[in-house]
Design a protein around this ligand. Structure first.
Ligand code: GDP
Ligand code: MG
Length: 166
């Protein structure tokens, strides 16, 4: 089994942290500053029964200038080349205009989109259900998976899920 998976989401939701945990190397650049991941950086997770290529996209977000516009096109194009998309959000921050913009872009996408609710180590368990209900109204997600990329909670479960769908 093999496939390509893109990770999208607002800056600082934890995309690079997730990549690094999964691939086990510091391949993506991590920073608190927005937009430090400038290129499509790919990591390959190879196991006995599967191979998954992860693409850490530059943030798809509202462009403020021409370069942002151009980078957004690259990011959008890469979405059409993958088998599945992980749309990562920050459980701490909840829904915002950045997410709204991404969900609008996803309307044209045919691939399965997984909503990954990251940083669950930062919120009370009670806070998750309202968040899930809110996002569920906006898009038909393939699955909704809460994780902590930093601490590793539920990351193995997510990988198993992705493998079964490849
Ligand atoms: P990116 O911009 O989406 O690639 O986000 P990064 O991976 O660079 O993460 C941004 C910040 O969030 C960093 O300080 C990370 O350490 C932190 N972070 C990422 N995942 C988690 C998580 O699951 N829990 C917590 N508490 N912090 C996280
Ligand atoms: Mg990053």
């Amino acid at each position: 089994k093999s496939g390509f998976i893109a990770i999208i989401g607002r800056p600082n939701v934890g995309k690079s942290t997730f990549m690094n945990r999964v691939i086990g190397q510091k391949i993506a650049i991590m920073s608190d500053k927005a937009q430090t991941t400038r290129n499509k950086i790919q990591g390959v997770l190879t196991e006995d029964d599967s191979q998954i290529v992860f693409i850490d996209t530059p943030g798809i977000h509202k462009p403020k200038h021409k370069l942002g516009d151009f980078m957004m096109k690259i990011a959008e194009n890469s979405l059409n080349e993958v088998d599945a998309i992980l749309f990562m959000i920050n459980a701490e921050e909840g829904y915002g205009r950045g997410d709204q913009f991404i969900i609008e872009r996803l309307q044209h996408v045919k691939q399965p989109v997984y909503l990954i609710i990251n940083k669950i180590d930062q919120v009370e368990p009670d806070a998750l259900l309202p968040l899930i209900q809110q996002y569920n109204k906006m898009y038909e997600f393939e699955e909704i998976v809460p994780i902590s990329a930093l601490e590793g909670n539920n990351v193995d479960h997510l990988l198993e899920l992705l493998k079964t769908k490849l």
